[in-house]
Design a protein around this ligand. Sequence first.
Ligand code: COA
Length: 253
Amino acid sequence: MTPAPSREPPTTDPVEIRIASLDELEACRALEEEAFDFAPTESIPGWVRHMTDSHGGITLTAHVAGQLVGFSYALPAFEDTGPYLFSLGLVVKRGHRSSGIGRSLKLRQRHEAVARGYRVMRWTIGSLNSHSFHLALTVLGARAIAMHPTPLDALQSRVYMDEVLCEWDLVGRPARVARPEPRRDLLHSVEIPWDHRAMASADPDLAAQWRQGVAAAMRELFARGMYADEVILDRRRRRAWLAFSTGADRQSA
Ligand SMILES: CC(C)(COP(=O)(O)OP(=O)(O)OC[C@H]1O[C@@H](n2cnc3c(N)ncnc32)[C@H](O)[C@@H]1OP(=O)(O)O)[C@@H](O)C(=O)NCCC(=O)NCCS
């Protein structure tokens, strides 16, 4: 009997994270197209990333044994309360995932951002993307704070585009907050699929139903002033829940 192939063999070679060169920025397109099932016309050209990097953006690439295996792109943004860094694309190549490369990219991006005077980073995550939520909320200490549909969402129903806005306080809450169990501040949890891409390719209608249900639940919780700050995982049974609470509950917990 042929043994089942390992889905994500761990990366054992050291990972180098660096500020991306123009050539590397162009090379990021292939990773982006593969990760999001984009056509070549849908990925962001290297020269655009280069221009935004020249004006306050920060794109970092990850390399293992000389091979480009990931990147994190972010551009400068602004709102009433001041400037922030808006991250628009975090990708780690298949075969290198779940070995800490995504975390290393974001931690280095935080370091670079704080050195340039940013205090906040934001990005959006597809409502069913438990892997990405776990990294953002549990590992890094960001919070999911609002629904944020994108125009691409309507244009490209074949792609699960980002729709939940996350905010990372770069100078406040430390990454990977250790919490006593059980959580006393947990008000609600919303289950999301363990592997939304596998679900979407096996049963697109089921994935669409999940997405609608999860988005409706999250919209209601955000409207009630809550945010999600952790993904509770049952790794053995491959199940995941977004944990919602409020600042007031956290302080009294
Ligand atoms: C999301 C992504 C960038 C994460 O990169 P990564 O290098 O695998 O991330 P890390 O290894 O640093 O951290 C991943 C964490 O998620 C956990 N994880 C793995 N599979 C998971 C799943 N199905 N659900 C929840 N968490 C999961 C890992 O165990 C790890 O947590 P741990 O440190 O507590 O063990 C990568 O999976 C990817 O490129 N995905 C496709 C593109 C994408 O969705 N990008 C995000 C857009 S917002």
